[in-house]
Design a protein around this ligand. Structure first.
Ligand code: ZN
Length: 191
């Protein structure tokens, strides 16, 4: 689903691929821990993207996974909505859209009302009035089965969120490139 950079030779004869999202970390967590599990996985991601006000070739993601008995979509929705209200405040509206990811079923994407135009439509939100903040869904049963987890008993939800984009919405930052220009006037405000 994403265009990637490859590193074929790292001097040790192995082939490496820079990850395009932090979701592969979910498998590592499930390999090491039996449910119930609750984890957040922050990390750098790399994609062969055009550099624009909204996207860079390198950015940070935070993945979350929760597997336990009777985990359902209602819990996922209320958890994300609670996060969004606490993080962005009550003023900005939140929208859920059905989506597709290979590792969740069903899947959804969550948008927040554009902080610049307040939903009217502007350049930053591509005149849609909304900004995507995360993808999420119920962990695909095949992933749990491959980890030896009984899907009759256990289920889980997972989400992945772009850190820079989330901060852009919260602080009204108009251009993602500002994060990595090392401008002391920009950085000082987060002391
Ligand atoms: Zn806008």
């Amino acid at each position: 689903m994403q265009d990637t950079f490859f590193i074929n030779d790292n001097g040790d004869g192995k082939k490496y691929l820079l990850r395009t999202h932090t979701t592969p970390g979910q498998i590592r967590v499930l390999e090491m821990h039996k449910p119930p599990v609750r984890f957040v996985l922050p990390g750098k991601c790399f994609r062969n993207e055009d550099v624009t006000a909204r996207s860079l070739e390198m950015f940070h993601q935070i993945d979350g996974i929760y597997v336990d008995k009777n985990v359902n979509f209602v819990e996922l929705k209320s958890t994300i909505n609670y996060f969004a209200r606490e993080f962005f405040g009550d003023e900005l509206k939140i929208r859920w859209r059905p989506s597709y990811f290979p590792f969740t079923e069903p899947s959804a994407e969550v948008d927040v009302e554009c902080y610049l135009c307040k939903g009217k439509g502007c350049k930053v939100c591509k005149y849609s009035g909304w900004l995507e903040i995360l993808g999420c869904g119920m962990v695909h049963p095949n992933i749990l089965k491959n980890m030896g987890i009984d899907t009759e008993e256990y289920s889980g939800f997972a989400f992945g969120m772009g850190l820079e984009r989330t901060l852009m919405v919260k602080y009204g930052i108009p251009d993602i490139r500002i994060f990595y220009e090392n401008d002391i006037r920009f950085l000082n405000q987060f002391k």
